[in-house]
Ligand binder design. Sequence first.
Ligand SMILES: Cc1cc2nc3c(=O)[nH]c(=O)nc-3n(C[C@H](O)[C@H](O)[C@H](O)COP(=O)(O)OP(=O)(O)OC[C@H]3O[C@@H](n4cnc5c(N)ncnc54)[C@H](O)[C@@H]3O)c2cc1C
Length: 458
Amino acid sequence: MTTFVPDTALAALVVAVEGPVLEPTDPGYAEEVSGFNAAYLPSPAVVVGATRPADVAAAVRHAAATGRRVSVQATGHGLLGDLNGTVLVSTRRMTGLSVDPAARTARVEAGVRWREVIDAAAPYGLAPLNGSASSVGVVGYTTGGGLGPMARRYGFAADHVTALTIVTADGEIRDVDAQCDPDLFWAVRGGKANFGIVTSIEFALMPVTRFHGGGIFFPGGSAPAVLHAWREWAPTLPEDATTSVALLALPPDPNLPPPLQGRFVAHLRFTHLGSAESGAALLAPMRSAAEPILDLVGEMPYPAIDAVHMDPTAPMPVWDRGTALAALPAGAVDAILDEAGPDSSSPLVLVELRLLGGAIARRPEVPNAVSGRDAAFSVYCLGVPAGPDAAVQVPARAASLVDALAPWTAGGGLVNLLGQASAGRVGALWSDDDRARLLEIGRRHDPSGMFGTNVVIG
Ligand SMILES: Cc1cc2nc3c(=O)[nH]c(=O)nc-3n(C[C@H](O)[C@H](O)[C@H](O)COP(=O)(O)OP(=O)(O)OC[C@H]3O[C@@H](n4cnc5c(N)ncnc54)[C@H](O)[C@@H]3O)c2cc1C
């Protein structure tokens, strides 16, 4: 159904907003709506290139007045392809960033990516709780919890948020923290974009200058030995160490180190906040699990943190799905190898296991709505849905993998690593009590469901 929007409403929006306001036929529209995930080009009814909180408020009021839903995009790393027909607020121009070295905090606007925070904090000997790729947006990542390479030591990024500013469905710009609207503060830290559009966020920085870590690449034929060794080794690690392991079908990309180009590999990732000697001692059992192709683990300055996961940085088509496990016995590893191992003909290009536990499992001082805290492992898989066959085979194999792991599934999961989700699966991430609280807060702040476009809780 097409919504009739009078020209005067759009004209008023154009006057109210400092940034561009673009409809599908306008030059610059396709560029404005495109992001990291090249599998989908969303088609919002109008995109508002916000430059300040007042622009975001004007976009929300316009959506309310014209009966449209609101969506938000910073980088397109979390695009789920359901922005169609919405008023899309593009936050990429909102790049304000300040670091308070004495308070060990940073405050950033909604369009800032982790790379900018890492580089601004490093001169003060501080580091943020970014994720595996510093090109991901701070706000989208943090509102979904945010599980990074120091997570077992410090917990989720959302656990360290101290204040935020958000535009709610009534078009008001609200400053929210543990004292001022604690319910909304609880919900936004873990409940994603269901409660409004965050225009800026303040969070603690950690006193980290260096880490011992990186990746070790093993040949695909060693994947069974590596995965079985990892499942026994990883849970023995202290909280100072965070690890994941991935089965990767690497492309013949000339930017990759030559021995990795076009290869199927098992990729061990490791971050240790301690001396190189103690890190090497911790890693010894994995180094002897199989003969590596490349061992890139060493001591590094924190800004080199992308070297741990070596995630792709250029836009690419992505179809992804995740789940969480309560345990990883040998049978679960065998199931992963059957579905996605070197002899499986799997169309998935990545299957990743992350060790949880440590600080991840502890509730923060100011509780929040982060899901998946009690799980022991996160599983995330990804395929490239290019071409009609892959568009069918990738989701089918991802579903088959998740089904094969069903005997070990944890009660919840991580919203950031859930991938292409149906509403039912999103809702199932939270306990009954937390889901009921999220829905009640959502109804109070957004009675008509304007924001329920990206992640629908119930
Ligand atoms: C290469 C890659 C690596 C990743 N690594 C990790 C990782 O290590 N750990 C982890 O936890 N996640 C990880 N993710 C998932 C990522 O954190 C989520 O997809 C996140 O939502 C991306 O946020 P974005 O702003 O960059 O993306 P966008 O696509 O711009 O936004 C995604 C969603 O975030 C929410 N959002 C964005 N801006 C706002 C706002 N201003 N107010 C309210 N909600 C907002 C909305 O729901 C939006 O749909 C990774 C994703 C990719 C593609």
